[in-house]
Design a protein around this ligand. Structure first.
Ligand SMILES: C[S@@+](CC[C@H](N)C(=O)[O-])C[C@H]1O[C@@H](n2cnc3c(N)ncnc32)[C@H](O)[C@@H]1O
Length: 511
């Protein structure tokens, strides 16, 4: 997991880039305190932090051991040779740091096991790992779990596997990590394995006001795990305040009956594995239908360079691009106000100088194109557009993806703002929105489907299929949106199910 507890996290630039490359972001003290309390509750003789950083867990462990009258030897690892100096600046001394090794925890692990491990792993996503690293990591994961872990797992996933493997029998692990560890494509296999081998005591999720990492856009979770026989249930905790007091009581199994700052749910593993550990418990009875029963979903158009291909109609006129080589499009979620996008909205955007026309030169041979268009494309070539990452994968560099006009669009990334939008303006969306194509063509069906989709109960279900980010934002990808549960009562009320069996009027949308 990632982030510094201070407000000094660089927002951009090379400093932040180098932090990202090493996954160096620090845990705040209040979170470190309850994590350490959990792993030290049996007064073990040794504790390991395999990703030391500036040593927040060492400092918390020293305080805890002293307050509870026992000694604990501190062991640590990090790959950054400068880390010892940083740890000293944060208040640790030579004696505290004498068992710290500068070594890769995953690929060059400790030879002994530990009864207490506490970690905030480097948060390095898969596309920042080299192919050699990925190969080694996947080989390692497969040898430990006996399962194939999808290549889209980040370093923090492999770190967890190594940490679990390094736990002594009955040892305890506290692990703070981004929620994507239980939302990615690899998640199901990973957690099936963990829950069949280890005892999951608790999962702690944080409300936006209590996020341990306010500086970064990530949703954190803490996992408290014991190397003991699995049980069938665990505590799922939502934390609303940045304070360790109640979380320490919970971690020690002394959770009071009433709480001020946390909410505790006992959950069955079977339910949580199906719902996802980052999501609140799902108590509802099984739903019969998902969106995929009534519609298909595709992402919007990726242009490769919006500045070049996407323009205002005034600019298109100025360039002399005729209307038949332009399609009406919407380029950012913010341009769509509310849940109906109409012709007036296009006029509003034009008046604001927002682009609404996408250059759509597809089948026509270059020499048949009007002169001004040829000139514009040549200008694009001079600017090096054909060599841009995505554009260079196209056979003809300016050939644009096409989409039929989707009757419904979906704003998939937003802070509490994910919504379905009726596309009355008949535009195609760029990649900021998803296209929802109802499987039945009648306008009546489209209206009914949209009504079901816009209902607050359906919108609430987005949490069940989306990936969570910081500040309560979620992101829903096309295949996941097709899995969106539609409440039975709404489907029946609108009689959507009756259209399902009828093949008449089925639409054929696509690229
Ligand atoms: C997210 S920081 C956490 C630091 C600290 N424990 C905390 O919670 O504030 C992760 C640390 O892991 C280190 N690291 C990165 N890759 C590593 C690896 N393969 N083995 C050990 N440490 C690694 C980074 O240098 C960084 O200091």
């Amino acid at each position: 997991m990632v982030a510094r507890s201070t407000n000094s996290l660089p927002r951009s630039g090379s400093e932040r880039e180098s932090l990202r490359a090493r996954g160096q972001f620090w845990t705040p003290d209040w979170a470190a305190e309850f994590m350490v309390a959990y792993v030290l509750q049996d007064k073990p003789a040794r504790l390991l932090d395999p990703a030391l950083g500036d040593g927040v867990f060492f400092r918390a462990a020293k305080r805890w051991a002293q307050a509870n009258g026992f000694d604990v030897a501190l062991f640590g690892r990090d790959i950054d040779p400068n880390i010892i100096e940083q740890a000293k600046k944060s208040g640790l001394n030579d004696s505290d740091l004498r068992n710290v090794m500068i070594k890769d925890f995953i690929l060059d692990p400790p030879t002994q096991t530990f009864p207490a491990i506490v970690a905030n792993p480097p948060y390095i996503r898969h596309h920042r790992l080299s192919s050699t690293q990925k190969q080694l990591l996947r080989g390692f994961a497969e040898s430990v779990t006996g399962r194939h872990i999808d290549g889209r797992a980040g370093l923090h996933v492999y770190f967890l596997i190594r940490a679990l493997q390094t736990l002594s029998p009955n040892g305890r692990l506290a692990y703070i990590v981004s929620a994507d560890i239980c939302e990615g494509v690899f998640a199901n296999i990973l957690w099936q394995w963990i829950c069949s081998q280890y005892r999951l005591d608790a999962v702690i999720a944080f409300a936006p006001a209590a996020t341990p990492f306010p500086d970064i856009d990530t949703n954190a979770l803490v996992f408290l795990v014991q190397n003991a026989k699995p049980t069938s249930d665990f505590a799922w905790v939502k934390c609303f305040v940045r304070s360790s007091e109640e979380l320490i009581a919970l971690a020690l199994g002394r959770s009071p009956i009433t709480h001020q700052g946390i909410e505790v749910h006992r959950r069955l593993l079977t339910e949580a594995l199906e719902t996802g550990f980052s999501r609140p418990p799902s108590n509802e009875t099984k739903h019969q239908y998902t969106l995929g029963d009534f519609a298909t979903v595709m992402r919007g158009i990726v242009t490769g360079d919006n500045n070049f291909f996407f323009m205002t109609s005034a600019r298109a006129k100025e360039l002399g691009i005729p209307d038949y080589l332009l399609v009406k499009a919407v380029g950012r979620t913010r341009d769509v106000q509310g849940d109906n996008f109409a012709q007036e909205d296009m006029e509003r955007l034009e008046a604001q100088g927002r682009p609404t026309r996408l250059l759509n030169v597809n089948s026509a041979p270059f020499e048949h194109l009007p002169q001004p268009v040829q000139k514009y494309l040549q200008e694009g070539e001079t600017r090096g557009l054909p060599n841009k990452t995505l554009i260079k994968t196209r056979k003809t560099w300016y050939r644009m993806e096409t989409r039929k006009t989707p009757p419904i669009m979906f704003a998939y990334l937003g802070r509490r703002n994910a919504r379905f939008i009726r596309n009355s303006a008949q535009v195609v969306p760029l990649t900021c929105l998803l296209c929802v194509y109802p499987k039945h063509s009648s306008p009546e069906f489209v209206e009914k489907l949209w009504k079901v989709l816009s209902h607050p109960e359906t919108i609430a279900n987005l949490r069940k299929v989306g990936k969570s980010y910081g500040g309560d934002a979620i992101k829903v990808e096309p295949r996941a949106l097709e899995r969106l549960p539609l409440p039975d009562t709404l489907v029946y009320a609108e009689k959507l199910d009756e259209h399902r069996s009828s093949k008449q009027g089925l639409l054929d949308f696509g690229e």
